[in-house]
Design a binder for this molecule. Structure first.
Ligand code: 4GS
Length: 246
């Protein structure tokens, strides 16, 4: 494993061939080629100690499935930490705190991530305690393995790294960056299947366009995500501060 410079994602996995996968295409792929971030994989199986290269075993107490061994994982994590010492260590798991844009921003501001991807039923709990591993979930559903979750986390972080997303696609304009969902977008043709583009967008009146988009973003958020809308309203009140009008 090579020493790394810049924001680095080190992925611990039984399926290193899954990487870069989708992260090698489009925006994250270009940023990877440009050296804006680095990707390392650690094959957990390389740290097995027996001739069969065993990484898992049946659970104490019985039950279905297999559990990844703490000793094997510990050796793999040690190697990953040696290569990426200041990175945040994360285990992708539905038990973790839900991943969101603020967490992506925090992780992108750091020096990188070490992501442990589980397969089977999961990992021996003692590795999480011993290494004080933060658990992060990408949502309330069960994947076959942590790898797609790791890719999602990495993608969300990489696009926040300096210079990765150009001014054109300005990050601050984006939904979650402002705490709202996206307003509707339109392009040519101006009429399609009897559906016209909202007139204001073709008016050339920039202030009216801005106000319409704000209004639409608020409407969509209120309708679809009352939880986000509540948070947005509260943070707006906080920004205004006590005694301020409006
Ligand atoms: C998730 C999730 C996940 C859990 C991995 C069962 C295989 C699987 N990881 N967010 N074992 N949701 N992991 O479903 O992060």
């Amino acid at each position: 494993m090579s020493a790394t410079a810049g924001w680095t994602a080190t992925v611990l996995t039984l399926f290193p061939e899954m990487f870069p996968g989708p992260l090698g295409a489009s925006l994250p792929g270009k940023a990877l080629d440009d050296g804006a971030w680095a990707l390392e994989t650690v094959d957990i199986r390389d740290f097995a100690r027996d001739k069969h290269r065993t990484v898992d075993d049946s659970p104490f107490g019985g039950g279905a499935g297999m559990v990844m061994r703490a000793d094997v994982l510990d050796a793999a994590i040690g190697a990953a930490m040696a290569a990426n010492p200041d990175a945040t260590l994360i285990y992708l798991s539905p038990r973790g705190r839900r991943f969101d844009q603020p967490r992506a921003r925090e992780l992108a501001a750091g020096s990188g991530v070490i992501l442990l991807c589980g397969r089977y039923e999961g990992v021996d709990e003692r590795i999480l305690d011993e290494r004080r591993i933060e658990e992060v979930s990408i949502g309330d559903f069960v994947l076959s393995g942590g790898e797609p979750a790791a890719m999602i986390l990495i993608d969300a972080c990489v696009r926040l790294l300096p210079g990765v997303v150009g001014k054109e696609e300005s990050l601050t304009e984006e939904s979650f960056e402002r705490g709202l969902l996206e307003y509707p977008h339109y392009t040519r043709p101006q009429e399609w299947n009897g559906r016209a583009v909202p007139e204001v967008l073709t008016s050339g009146h920039h202030e009216k366009v801005r106000a319409w988009r704000q209004e639409q973003a608020e409407r969509v958020t209120k309708e679809r995500r009352p939880d986000l809308w509540d948070r947005y309203v509260k943070s707006r009140k906080q920004d205004a501060g006590p005694g301020s009008a409006g």
